[in-house]
Design a protein around this ligand. Structure first.
Ligand code: GLN
Length: 446
């Protein structure tokens, strides 16, 4: 824990942390020592880690990357926080993130952008950019993240680490600040699939406090890591290798797939007919849900409150005008528009229908193959500032990651190699609750 805190201090320029909690960490480390001495330590006992600043931590500020929650100290732990505390893991800090997890570069954070440890002029990805940078820089062996449309997988790819987005409902959302409730998934960023397997074992499972939590049995993830891959059928969706994917990214991903072939996997091309509708459907549904979820930030109960409001309406208006950043406001405007009486059918309802078509495409593909694979991102990490004034270009960067959230499927990004010295991620996608299969393939590749 001391070493981890010292590395966080040394790497301050990355801006990976919003809050570091030295005292909490040292107390947890002492408690872990006691457990180790008493012989009742688990695999995570005493292991330092960081939480994306979207997971509520009792008594520790939880900002969600926003001025709106800059002063918010939760009176309770998220289920994921409690589970990792119970496992004896040592929280050393809360990581920087795009505001309310809206973004793909970590540039929408109220606390400023995070630098990519591989090239500090580049973005770490987002929205879990601080978590990815903290792991990639060797500050912590693992960090939590959330993935609504790629926010675990894309930063993992950009920072050369492993990032697992579990099946929707596999990990509790209780105390995980809501962005788009039907898409949000808690998960893990780590240096290896093996580490992801251990962390997932601690945080997976049913939670009566989350009505969308799944009752499905939890697999033995570490136990599945070394299964042979002979005969495994891997589908390559043509759309995921299409125009817009940098040639070098495609080349590195194909080289990684060739390694899986050597291990006995069989590669087959498949079609996801509605793949090009994923971005438009996602950027209707996610803002719609966000506009509803973010209505609670009104300056009354907690969070930011404007000074000297002259009326209740003035309180609401100025609190939200001052508390939210530009990207969050854009999402709220888009969301309220697509949900409005005159446009609901044309946008929101249509997007929900497209969502079903996208899920059906995956079902069709999984009748032929065990997993799907492709590049996690169309390019390697882009430059800080490159897309920050062009929301549509930023949204387009999510082209290979949003469909899995619309369908609720598990997916992992694994380091595949490098393009000009920058990491490239291979994404693997599985049927619901087949996380063990993803971790197995990722582990064999590493
Ligand atoms: N980049 C996507 C967005 O901005 C996904 C974010 C996420 O997964 N939280 O909405």
């Amino acid at each position: 824990a001391e070493e981890s805190l010292a590395r966080a201090e040394k790497n301050q320029a990355l801006n990976a942390f919003v809050t570091r909690c030295e005292n909490v960490a040292m107390a947890a480390a002492s408690a872990a020592d006691v457990r180790l001495a008493a012989g009742n330590a688990g695999v995570l006992t005493g292991i330092p880690f960081a939480h994306k600043d979207i997971f509520c931590t009792n008594g520790i500020r939880t900002s969600c990357g926003s001025r709106m929650l800059d002063n918010f100290v939760p009176p309770y732990d998220a289920t994921v926080s409690r589970q990792l505390n119970d496992a004896g893991a040592v929280l050393i800090g809360k990581t920087n993130m795009d505001e309310f997890a809206m973004g793909s570069s970590n540039e929408s954070s109220f606390y400023g952008p995070v630098q990519n440890p591989w090239d500090t002029t580049r973005v770490p990805g987002g929205s879990s950019g601080g978590s990815a940078a903290a792991v990639a820089a060797g500050i912590v062996p693992f960090a939590t993240g959330t993935d609504t449309g790629g926010s675990i997988r894309q930063p993992a790819a950009f920072c050369g680490i492993t990032g697992l987005k579990p099946t929707y409902g596999r990990v509790s959302r209780l105390g995980m600040i809501a962005f788009a409730s039907s898409l949000d998934c808690g998960g893990v960023l780590a240096r290896s699939a093996e580490d992801c397997a251990h962390v997932l074992s601690a945080i997976a499972g049913h939670d009566a406090g989350d009505p969308t939590s799944a009752r499905h049995a939890v697999d033995d993830y570490p136990g599945a890591l070394n299964r042979p891959l002979a005969g495994l059928r891997i589908g390559l969706p043509r759309a995921y290798f299409g125009a817009g994917i940098a040639a070098d990214v495609g080349r590195v991903v194909h080289a990684a797939l060739a390694e899986l072939e050597k291990l006995g996997a069989v590669l087959v091309e498949v079609d996801l007919v509605h793949a090009d509708l994923a971005i438009p459907a996602y950027y209707v549904i996610a803002p719609a849900e966000a506009s509803s979820n973010l209505a609670r930030y009104d300056g009354v109960r907690y969070g930011y409150r404007c000074t000297n409001p002259s009326s209740l309406e003035d309180l609401y208006m100025r609190t939200r005008a001052e508390g939210f950043g530009a990207e969050v406001k854009r999402r709220i405007l888009v969301g309220t528009y697509v949900l409005s009486a005159g446009y609901y059918d044309a946008y929101y309802l249509r997007a929900q229908r497209v969502r079903r078509l996208i899920a059906n495409d995956f079902n069709t593909a999984f009748a032929q193959v065990d997993v799907l694979a492709g590049p996690t991102t169309p390019t390697v990490a882009f430059k800080l500032g490159e897309k920050s004034s062009d929301p549509l270009a930023m949204y387009a960067a999510d082209v290979n990651t949003v469909a899995m959230n619309l369908a609720g499927l598990p997916a992992i990004s694994v380091p595949a190699g490098f393009s000009d010295g920058l990491p490239v991620g291979l994404q693997l996608i599985a049927p619901a609750f087949a996380e063990a299969r993803l971790l197995n393939i990722a582990h064999r590749l590493q």
